[in-house]
Design a protein around this ligand. Sequence first.
Ligand code: GLY
Length: 400
Amino acid sequence: MNRKIFIPLFASLLIIWSVVAGQKNSSSAFIKENVKFAAEQYSLQTALIEEMGEVKNPKTFINGEIRYIRPQEWTSGFFPGSMWYLFELTGDEKWKSLGTKYTEAIEEVKNLTSHHDVGFMIGCSFGNALRLTGNERYKDVIVQAAKSLSTRYRPNAGIIQSWNVTGGWQAERGWECPVIIDNMMNLELLFEATRLSGDSSFYDIAISHADKTIEHHFRDDYTTWHVIDYSLEDGSIRNKHTAQGFSHESTWARGQSWGIYGYVVCYRETGDVKYLEQAKKAFEAVASHINMPEDKIPYWDYDAPNIPHALRDVSSAAIMASALYELATYENREYYKGWADEIMESLASPVYRAKVGENGNFLLKHSVGSIPHGSEIDVPLNYADYYFLEALKRKRDLEK
Ligand code: GLY
């Protein structure tokens, strides 16, 4: 090759190589630093629990107090699940043994039929435990949990009923069969149960639920209604409401993230591109939303009053980041990964990430449980942490 061409060409390649290598290094430093932080913070959390001498399940930190929950509470799978991600991210056996202990402590959830969240609860705990240990016994727990969840399937409407309407605040809303967009997250358990048991009825229920949700939960612009109330008799729609959002016609941020994540899972499990399209469109609806903040951490509702002074919901950002890393493995890698990376940069900044020993030993600050219920407002939440760790792990895998 002519020296006049070779030298500039070589120099350009060298520059490109050093830029790419530099990016890789800074990204692996990012992952390393966040994993170190998470392990330190959760070591404090678990040391506190171990000192108490009983298995506790921390959910949040309010008014200076760590709140622990019972196994039946919808978020009970996230803390055990975080142990498994820490095991995966650090390779430290300590997290495996804690993961085993905290996971097995919620085994009774496999028989829970009083609400739909058994998918989350058993999937994040026993699902990860099975994936990382191969313990055969966990298969039975997952299949039993899928059986319990399936009892909530309402054939005339083709969906899984999310909440009962005979007690609590749900009884006051006049609903017959409420289904919330969050319910998309419970389908992963059903797909897994069919794989483990060979019983296709779980798969069929998941597909029916996903298809009905496409039909009824999405507006023309692909934002979502939080609650769809079906008739149990003929599946017709009685109400399109909100429970945790600002208004019936607004877009509750975490609900939209659940929807995006749920359809990414449906695509992974079925290979049906209609689910991939749904995930992409649901994401685009908020990616291009006029109220998506510059740092990409959503307000608690995309139509909240007082924007730009409305509260953010960090949990919705962490869920979305994790979903986008998986989406990036299917197509348009740079775009979806780029978005997820920006979310993660924000979450790991001092604005949203706690300091070691603060924040009730949770990782992330500034999540919102439910503003309409006056509950868990601007606090850490165990599911924000769980999806942050899952996203970190997915980022690491993508960059390997
Ligand atoms: N699934 C309940 C929530 O996201 O708040």
